[in-house]
Design a protein around this ligand. Sequence first.
Ligand SMILES: [Zn+2]
Length: 187
Amino acid sequence: MVVHATFSFSEMVKIAEACDDSYDGLFFYAVKTTGIFCRPSCKSKSPNKENITFFQTVADAKRAGFRPCKRCQPDRMHFDPKWDLINDTRAYIQRHYKENMTLKQIAQNIGISPYYLSRLFKQYTLKTPRCYVENLRVNKAVHLLQTTELSIIAICYEVGFQNVSSFYQAFKKQTQYTPQQYRKDLT
Ligand SMILES: [Zn+2]
């Protein structure tokens, strides 16, 4: 098992199960029984949890003897150096999602202009950085609703929303449920 700086094993399993492409490039998903590794978003995988392992880079997965999946081509995404900017941006957002981030701040940290960052990010991920932050916050909120007893308001601020109404709006947009409905349906 690989220790990852940002995600726990169970978080990575959840992300991979959801085929969420916001995490592509941040880690790779490998299946011991097939010897193949994938992007987290790849739809061709559904093995048992005991048979999977995670890697932070393509090089690590290859070194461990895994081959890239032909369908999602995890090794192809690093041919374009602009992916480095995208991945740096996503990693920055992953580390700071709890804070009130502005696009300007993110861009400054990556070392490019906000306009260029916004355009590049949209082009490569089909999402705006703002939308990416929002998705990530909602994912974290879902995780907290499932695994903690924290109040919904506490979760709202814990995952970085600045007020309850924007939390509700984003949550509903992404999951079709309110946070209350979501929690109630689980019990
Ligand atoms: Zn794949």
